[in-house]
Design a binder for this molecule. Structure first.
Ligand code: 8YV
Length: 302
C-alpha cells in the first residue's frame, strides 16, 4: 500500500476541508522535512519562516481568494507553487457588499434593535433613514468581485465609476484614475481591491475626507487597504457619514470607538461565510492539492 503524502494544515483550516483531504493524505499540524504540501487560509497565510520550516515544500493551497498573507515572492523564489480559490466566492462577497450599502443607508441594524427593544410601541416611529437608490457608487478595484458589485448595484445606482490600475476596455462605467477624486465624486465608495503591499493605505485620510460627511465607505476587501485610525476619527467626528465594514486591520479586534456608532455597520469578516461558498472553496483548495499530488496541472495558480 503506497504511503499517504503528508499535508501540513494550519489552525484556521476548517473541518470541511480537513474531511476532503484526510482519506488520501496524512494531515500534520507541525512543520518539518518531507512535507511538500501546505494548506492554509486567507487569515493564516504562509510567511517565509513557515516555508523555511518545511524545506521540501512545493505547494501552498490557500482556501481564500485573498492571499495577501502569503509571501508569494518568497514562494516563487523557493519554487513553491501557490493556489487560491477565486470565482467560487464572488457572488456571496458581492451580495454582502450590496447588503452593507443598504444596511448603512437604511440603518437596518438600528431599526431592528429599535423594534426588539420595544421602542416602536413606546416611542413611536424611528428617525428617517436615507435612500440608496440614485446614489453615485464608486468601486475601488474592478476585479471579479468589484465588477460583480457594480453589476448588482447598477439597477438602483444613479451612476457608477471605478478606480483600477488602468482603465478596463470592457467596463461600461467611468474610469477614475485618482482614488481621492473618486471619493470626492462618490456618495458610496466600495473597497474591492486585493489586499497586500501595493494597496496598503490606498483609502487614505485624504480619500476619506473627500468622501465627506454625506459619504459612506463599504469595505469587503481587507482592513489593510484603509487608514483605519483616520477612518475611526472621521466616523466619530462626523466628517464621514457612515461605513459598512466586513474587514479590519487587526481581526478579530475592532476599534472600540466604532462599537457605539449607529452610522456604522460592523460584520465579522463574513464575505464568503456561507455553507455553500465555504463548501465550494474547500473543494477547490482540496482539488488543487489532489491535482498537485497526481502530477497534473494546478486548477487556480496565482
Ligand atoms: C476567507 C476571504 O474566508 O477569500 C478571502 O480572501 O477573505 C475569505 O473568504 C478569509 O480570508 C478567512 O480565511
Amino acid at each position: 500500500m503506497t504511503e499517504k503524502l503528508p499535508v501540513l494544515v494550519t489552525p484556521g483550516v476548517p473541518d470541511n476541508l480537513i474531511r476532503l483531504l484526510e482519506s488520501d493524505f496524512t494531515l500534520v499540524r507541525e512543520p518539518g522535512p518531507g512535507i511538500a504540501i501546505l494548506v492554509t487560509t486567507g487569515g493564516d497565510g504562509a510567511d517565509a519562516a513557515a516555508m523555511d520550516a518545511c524545506p521540501d515544500l512545493r505547494l501552498i493551497s490557500v482556501m481564500a481568494v485573498g492571499y495577501d498573507k502569503v509571501d508569494v515572492a518568497y514562494a516563487k523564489a523557493r519554487g513553491i507553487a501557490v493556489t487560491n480559490t477565486p470565482d467560487v466566492l464572488t457572488d456571496d462577497v458581492a451580495d454582502l457588499a450590496l447588503a452593507l450599502m443598504l444596511s448603512v443607508f437604511r440603518r437596518l441594524p438600528a431599526q431592528d434593535l429599535y423594534v426588539r427593544q420595544g421602542r416602536w410601541a413606546r416611542d413611536g416611529n424611528p428617525p428617517l433613514s436615507r435612500s440608496l437608490s440614485g446614489r453615485r457608487i464608486g468601486i475601488l478595484g474592478l476585479g471579479r468581485i468589484g465588477r460583480a458589485i457594480a453589476e448588482r448595484v447598477q439597477p438602483i445606482a444613479g451612476e457608477i465609476a471605478y478606480y483600477a490600475r488602468g482603465a478596463r476596455a470592457d467596463a461600461p462605467w467611468r474610469f477614475e484614475p485618482d482614488p481621492v477624486e473618486l471619493g470626492r465624486w462618490s456618495d458610496v465608495m466600495v473597497v474591492a481591491v486585493a489586499g497586500g503591499g501595493p494597496t496598503k493605505g490606498l483609502v487614505s485620510r485624504e480619500v476619506i475626507g473627500a468622501l465627506g460627511p454625506d459619504g459612506v465607505l463599504v469595505n469587503i476587501a481587507r482592513g489593510s487597504v484603509v487608514d483605519e485610525p483616520a477612518l475611526v476619527e472621521a466616523l466619530v467626528s462626523g466628517r464621514l457619514g457612515g461605513a459598512g465594514l466586513d474587514v479590519f486591520a487587526d481581526e478579530p479586534n475592532v476599534p472600540e470607538a466604532l462599537l457605539g456608532l449607529e452610522t456604522v455597520v460592523l460584520l465579522p469578516h463574513q464575505g464568503s461565510a456561507t455553507i455553500e461558498t465555504r463548501g465550494a472553496m474547500a473543494k477547490l483548495a482540496a482539488d488543487n492539492v489532489i491535482a498537485f499530488a497526481g502530477g497534473g496541472p494546478l486548477l487556480t495558480p496565482v
